[in-house]
Each structure stands twice: as structure tokens, then as C-alpha cells.
Design a protein. Structure first.
Length: 275
């Protein structure tokens, strides 16, 4: 199969319309090299190639057509699907209450942003109970996403990953308000995870969860809070995040307390003490 009229071109370099992907007019995306013993054409857009030898004729390699990947919309605020799921969630009772008791967590008030749902589908295909937390912007309170943790009465469900925010949702400046804003006056405690925050709550309330170390590091200074207590995870990422957060709050004139424990987090410490 020959798509280029090689006899029409003199020896040298030429730019031509690609026989495969040409859009007409002056759209010349293929380079053509003609020499005494043959030539080669190559499209810089679609990778079409045709080689030519006078004694053998032309050999064409058409490009492999790759389906255009559909880019999913990035939600800057909580989607309608997320809002519907959140409206179906229950206050903490049943399996969720048993799970938190098993993890020796303080139970947050019902008007906080932690609930549960008995049948949440996991990407693996598993469906079962999960803690569902509303993620809101720390400063504007705008709902951003939902954070799900699949659970059993005595521990986490056997799925990987066991914790997941909603796909294609922003978490920028996101926190989980385990206690509502009306409780946040003079002091506030924060931890990365929900269970760690609810463990800190045995000695310090109100508490919020920052989701992960990255969000803890960037946790915004709240003008009304004078004392911030940070339950730092005992790993490099957690310690660095606590240090960065504390430094920014101290620079803003706030008092900051940071926990220290041998275990990875304060929830592990409670579990160790209870043994």
C-alpha cells in the first residue's frame, strides 16, 4: 500500500500533509526525506510512517488509535452524589458505636461531622458498614468531600485501602469537625486520624481530624482559638507536620501543646495502656 506519490518530490527535505491525520489546508505535520535510494515520511502528530525503496515499493505503518481518555470533573465542593450519601448516614450507634468503643475512642456529639452508613460500597466490590465523615474547609466551612472508613464491630474491615475520600473531590484546607464550631472557643485539639483525635478527646475537647500529615502541616490559624493541642503521630511525616503547624500558630501569638508518646499515635497508646 502506497499513500505518498514519491515520484512527485525531488531529493531533499519536505513538509507535507499527513495521509493519516491531515486536517486539510496548510496542515502539514509530516516530514518527508527523499534520497537517491529511497525515502521516509514521518508524521510528528500521529506517528504515521511510510518508507519507500524503488526496488521494493512503499511500506506503511499506520498509527495505533488510542481512545481519548475521558477526564472526570474535579469537584471543588461536595458533589450532589456526596450530599445524597451524607443525608443517608446515621448518627453514631450500632456497629459504629461498637467499633469506636473497641478502639477506646471518645464518642463525639451527634451534631459533629462524623456519622456512619451500614452499606457503603468499596472499589473492591465489598459492601459493608463504614464511618462517614464530612470534610469541610477549615476556614469557610464549605463541604468539600466525604471520608469513609470501612469497619467491623471489632476493628477495620478486611479491605485495601480501608480509608478513602471521595474520588475527584478537593480536600484543600479540609478538616473533619468532630465537634461543631460552637464548641470551638478558647482551645482546640487536632490529630491526623479520626481515631487519634477521638482518643485525644478523653483529655482535650473539642477536637478535629486533619485527615493526614499534609493537611496538619497547613492547618490554618483560627483567630478565636488561643490554645492548640496537637496529637502528633510518632513518625517522620507526623513529627514534621506537627512542627510546621506549631511554628505557624506560635508565630501568630498562639499557645501550642504537642503530644509525645512511644507508640505511633495516641490511639495506639490507649490500646497499649488497656492491655
Amino acid at each position: 500500500m502506497q499513500l505518498i506519490d514519491w515520484q512527485s518530490y525531488a531529493h531533499g527535505e519536505h513538509r507535507i500533509s499527513c495521509p493519516s491525520c491531515s486536517r486539510g489546508g496548510k496542515d502539514k505535520t509530516a516530514g518527508l526525506t527523499v534520497e537517491a535510494d529511497g525515502g521516509v515520511a514521518h508524521c510528528f502528530r500521529c506517528s504515521f510512517i511510510e518508507t519507500f525503496k524503488p526496488e521494493r515499493g512503499a511500506v506503511v505503518r499506520m498509527p495505533t488509535i488510542t481512545p481519548e481518555r475521558k477526564v472526570q470533573q474535579k469537584h471543588e465542593v461536595l458533589s450532589q452524589w456526596g450530599r445524597d450519601l451524607w443525608s443517608q448516614c446515621r448518627v453514631i450507634d450500632g456497629v459504629a458505636l461498637e467499633y469506636l468503643a473497641y478502639r477506646r475512642c471518645c464518642i463525639p456529639p451527634p451534631d459533629g461531622d462524623l456519622r456512619w452508613h451500614p452499606d457503603v460500597r468499596h472499589p473492591s466490590g465489598y459492601t459493608g458498614p463504614a464511618l462517614v465523615a464530612l470534610v469541610t474547609c477549615a476556614t469557610t466551612r464549605e463541604p468539600l468531600s466525604l471520608h469513609r472508613t470501612w469497619i467491623r464491630a471489632q476493628g477495620k474491615a478486611d479491605v485495601t485501602p480501608v480509608r478513602m475520600p471521595l474520588a475527584n473531590h478537593s480536600l484543600k484546607n479540609g478538616v473533619i469537625r468532630l465537634w461543631s464550631d460552637e464548641f470551638v472557643t478558647h482551645g482546640l485539639g487536632i490529630a491526623e486520624g479520626i481515631e487519634s483525635a477521638l482518643s485525644l478527646a478523653h483529655g482535650c475537647t473539642p477536637v478535629w481530624a486533619t485527615i493526614d500529615a499534609g493537611h496538619m502541616a497547613k492547618f490554618a490559624v483560627i483567630p478565636s482559638v488561643e490554645i492548640l493541642t496537637i496529637a502528633a503521630d510518632n513518625d517522620q511525616a507526623g513529627l514534621n507536620a506537627a512542627r510546621e503547624c506549631a511554628s505557624r500558630w506560635v508565630s501568630a501569638g498562639k499557645k501550642v501543646l504537642v503530644t509525645r508518646q512511644r507508640t505511633n499515635d495516641v490511639n495506639d497508646l490507649l490500646a497499649e495502656v488497656a492491655l
